[in-house]
Design a protein around this ligand. Structure first.
Ligand SMILES: *Cc1c(COP(=O)(O)O)cnc(C)c1O
Length: 391
């Protein structure tokens, strides 16, 4: 069998649409085009019913008992903005302090910076050498004026999974709202807003084989009811928290993508984990032991990581030189958003400590639903040859 090139191993940046998702979306792109807010005819009713089914599907994946807690947005960037800015503006009587961490996605970090420029105060917790936040550090950072703790569930570069349940417990005990960026986690690892004490949870469809431009923010309704100031003002959709005509086809796609991910999560995690082990072991074997060559270094915790994530640093080889040598595999050094700007070493890998060489030589492998063993073996060979030639 011939491989379709380039092989896609950048599933943290985005994922292809699952054909089952496209099939679910098709009627709403064609015949069933109604506005979900049109209450006077069948076109509107049909669109509304589809949106409400999707809301149930998303709520089910994250353990929300009340689908009304799911607010549609355009994606995690918007959801993170709505969560942080919305909480900061909703109630200014308690204070302006937010606790987050240095390895968050830019959609949290840049929003936190924005709030700092508008009277907010932010504590950026560091991470340990494995990329993990210490829950005790969260506890110690809590002050009288703390209004929100924002920690991501799974990192988009190094895949590490933060102790969300523990941090949620700390937030609950202190009576502080807890926001989680779960763009990489939803559909990949179990997420449960009740068990984990989460008050706000941001998600995107396109990281889980759904369409781009569709996302949601979970907003807790009781124990406690989260008060949010909307960012947009308009037609009152989404209980006024996010007005604007709903993107019905995208929302239907997001619901279907989340339903599929929930149903297949266990099997898929096991399959992705095996492919990751194969890739990791294959690269270690191909690149170790020859004349004292340094084997690739693993970035992030060895086991507390997304099943499909492998982040390696090939010391002595810069990733911006390596990636162009491997044209047959679609790879990235780190976050797709960071690479828009500069060839700056990854702030996430720098946060793990160690030297900047490690950050400059990192490659992120993101294995996904449609990758095969054959593709992994091809990748091992291509990467090993390129690393050896550049060293
Ligand atoms: C992709 C991603 C985002 C941004 O999601 P968009 O859909 O591009 O808005 C935010 N946080 C994390 C962790 C991500 O992986």
């Amino acid at each position: 069998m011939t491989l379709k090139l380039p092989i896609y191993l950048d599933h943290h940046a985005t994922t292809p649409l699952d054909p089952r998702v496209l099939e679910a979306m098709m009627p709403y792109l064609t015949t069933d085009f109604g506005n979900a807010s049109s209450a006077t005819h069948a076109y509107g009713w049909k669109a509304e019913a589809a949106v409400e089914l999707a809301r149930k599907q998303v709520a089910a994946l994250i353990g929300s008992k009340d689908p009304k807690e799911v607010i549609w947005t355009s994606g995690t960037t918007e959801s993170d903005n709505l969560a942080l800015i919305g909480v900061a503006r909703a109630d200014t009587s308690k204070g302006h302090h937010i606790i987050t961490c240095v390895t968050e996605h830019r959609s949290v970090l840049d929003t936190a910076r924005y709030l700092e420029g508008h009277g907010g105060r932010v504590t950026y917790l560091s991470v340990d050498a494995d990329g993990l936040v210490n829950p005790d550090d969260v506890r110690k950072a809590i002050a009288k004026d703390t209004i929100l703790i924002s920690i991501m569930a799974a990192n988009n570069e190094i895949g590490v999974i933060q102790p969300i349940g523990e941090i949620g417990r700390i937030a609950k005990e202190a009576g502080i709202l807890f926001h989680v960026d779960a763009a990489q986690a939803c559909g990949k690892i179990p997420m449960d807003v009740e068990a984990m004490g989460i008050d706000l949870l941001a998600m995107s469809a396109h990281k889980v084989y759904g369409p781009k431009g569709a996302g949601a923010l979970y907003v807790r309704e009781r124990n406690p009811k989260v008060r949010l100031e909307p960012l947009f003002h308009g037609g009152g959709q989404e209980r006024g928290l996010r007005p604007g005509t709903l993107a019905v086809p995208n929302i239907v796609g997001m619901g279907k993508a989340f339903e599929i991910a929930g149903g297949e999560m266990e099997d898929e995690a096991e399959r992705l984990f095996k492919l990751r082990q194969r890739l990791h072991e294959g690269l270690m074997k191909a690149l170790s032991g020859r004349g004292g060559v340094t084997p690739p270094l693993l970035n992030g915790h060895a086991t507390k990581r997304l099943p499909g994530n492998l982040s390696l640093s090939f010391l002595g080889v810069r990733s911006d030189a390596l990636i162009p040598q491997i044209r047959d595999v679609a790879l990235s050094s780190g976050s797709a958003c960071a690479s828009l700007e500069t060839a700056e070493p990854s702030y996430v890998i720098r946060a793990l400590g160690g030297d900047s060489e490690r950050a400059l030589s990192s490659i992120r492998f993101g294995i996904g639903r449609f990758n095969t063993e054959e593709e992994i073996d091809f990748t091992i060979q291509k990467v090993a040859v390129a690393v050896q030639s550049l060293r």
